[in-house]
Design a binder for this molecule. Structure first.
Ligand code: KG4
Ligand code: ZN
Length: 330
C-alpha cells in the first residue's frame, strides 16, 4: 500500500510517501525564513507559501521514491488543529488529487499524527503507553490505552512548552522558533545559574508556563548583562524539570511502563537526557522519535491515515472541513 501524506497545518510544508509502514520519502520545506522578520507565523503568508510549495514538493517526493501519481493508493492529510488557511491549502489539494486518482482520502488529527511518529519509530513499543505531546502549540499528557484510544489526562493551562521557549527566545533576541537556538546555547551554560520557578510542579498533571516567562522578564530587567548561555540553560532546565516530573507522575498514576515523547520539543537535547535518566531508575522506558519525526512532518500524517484506513476502515468525505481547534478524540 502506497500512502501519500500531506502536512500544512502551520509553517512547514511536508510531503511523505510510505510503502506500508516504511518511509520512502519525508520532505519538509520550512517557511521559517519567510516569517522570521515578523517574530511569528503570519497565517496569510503561510497559506500562500503552502500553495506555492506543495505541488512541486509532491512531484519531488514521487521522483525521489521512483514512483508516479498512479502508484498512490491512499492520501492522508492534516485536517486540524492548526491555522485555517494553511490547513485548507493541504486539504483542498488532497481532495483534488483523491478525486483525480479515484482513491480514498483520510483527514488526520495533527496531534494523533504526532503520536504516530512514535509508532513509526518504535513499532515494537506498543500501547498501553503515556504520550507526552510537546510542540509549539500543544503540551499534553495522553493515555494511549490502545491505538485509536486517547484520553488526555493533563494539558497546559496557558502557554505550550515550545511557546514558552519561543517567547523566552524572543526576549533574548533569538529568531523564531527559538527552541533549537536555546538548545544550542544551553549546552555551554550552567543550568543552576538562575533559580527559575517550576510552575505547578507539585500539583496535578496540568502545566502552566506563562509564569515562567514572566519570571524571566523580571530577571532580565534586573540582570541585563547575564550570560545568554546561562539564561538558556537555566530556563530550559525549568521547562524540562516540569515536563519530566509530570510525565513520571502521570505514568505512575496510569500504571503504564512506557512513555512516548513526541512533538517539536521532543527534539530537545536536554529533555532527551533528563527524562530517560529519571524514568529508567524507576523501571520505566522512555522513547523519543528520531529528530526528523519530532518536528512537523508528513510521514507521521501518512502513518496515522494508513492506520485509520486499514484498521478502522475510515474514509473521509470530500466535504470534510478544516478544523482549526480539533481536539484529540477517541
Ligand atoms: O511539533 P512542531 O514542529 O510544531 C507544532 O505542532 O507546534 O513544534 C515546534 C516547536 C517550536 O516551539 C520549536 O521552538 C520547538 O518545537 N523545538 C524545539 C527544538 N526543536 C524545535 N524546542 C527545544 N529544542 C529543540 N531542539
Ligand atoms: Zn506539530
Amino acid at each position: 500500500m502506497i500512502t501519500l501524506g500531506i502536512e500544512t497545518s502551520c509553517d512547514e510544508t511536508s510531503v511523505a510517501l510510505l510503502r506500508d509502514e516504511e518511509v520512502l520519502a519525508n520532505l519538509v520545506y520550512s517557511q521559517v525564513d519567510l516569517h522570521a522578520r515578523y517574530g511569528g507565523v503570519v497565517p496569510e503568508v503561510a497559506s500562500r507559501d503552502h500553495l506555492r510549495k506543495l505541488p512541486p514538493l509532491v512531484e519531488e517526493a514521487l521522483r525521489g521514491a521512483g514512483l508516479g501519481f498512479q502508484d498512490i493508493q491512499l492520501i492522508g492529510v492534516t485536517r486540524g488543529p492548526g491555522l485555517v488557511g494553511p490547513l485548507l491549502v493541504g486539504l483542498s489539494y488532497a481532495k483534488g488529487l483523491a478525486v483525480a486518482l479515484g482513491i480514498p482520502l483520510v483527514g488526520v488529527n495533527h496531534l494523533e499524527a504526532h503520536i504516530f511518529a512514535h509508532r513509526l519509530a518504535h513499532p515494537e513499543a506498543e500501547p498501553p503507553l503515556l504520550a507526552l505531546i510537546v510542540s509549539g502549540g500543544h503540551t499534553s499528557l495522553v493515555h494511549v490505552a490502545k491505538w485509536g484510544s486517547y484520553r488526555e489526562v493533563g494539558a497546559t493551562r496557558d502557554d505550550a512548552a515550545g511557546e514558552a521557549l519561543d517567547k523566552f527566545g524572543r526576549l533574548l533576541g533569538l529568531s523564531y522558533p527559538a527552541g533549537p537556538a536555546i538548545d544550542e546555547l544551553a549546552k555551554r551554560g550552567d543550568p543552576q545559574a538562575v533559580p527559575f520557578p517550576r510552575p505547578m510542579i507539585d500539583s496535578g498533571l496540568d502545566f502552566s508556563f506563562a509564569g515562567l516567562k514572566t519570571a524571566a522578564v523580571y530577571f532580565l530587567r534586573g540582570h541585563p548583562h547575564a550570560k545568554r548561555e546561562d539564561l538558556c540553560a537555566a530556563y530550559l532546565e525549568a521547562v524540562v524539570d516540569v515536563l519530566a516530573e509530570k510525565a513520571l507522575r502521570a505514568a505512575k498514576q496510569l500504571e503504564v511502563r512506557k512513555i512516548a515523547v513526541v512533538g517539536g520539543v521532543a527534539a530537545n537535547r536536554r529533555l532527551r537526557q533528563v527524562l530517560p535518566a529519571r524514568t529508567e531508575e524507576r523501571g520505566l522506558k522512555v522513547y523519543f522519535p528520531p529528530l526528523e519525526l519530532c518536528t512537523d512532518n508528513a510521514a507521521m500524517v501518512a502513518a496515522c491515515a494508513l492506520y485509520r484506513h486499514r484498521e478502522l476502515r475510515e474514509e473521509s468525505p470530500l466535504c470534510l472541513p478544516a478544523a482549526p481547534n480539533l481536539p484529540l478524540g477517541v
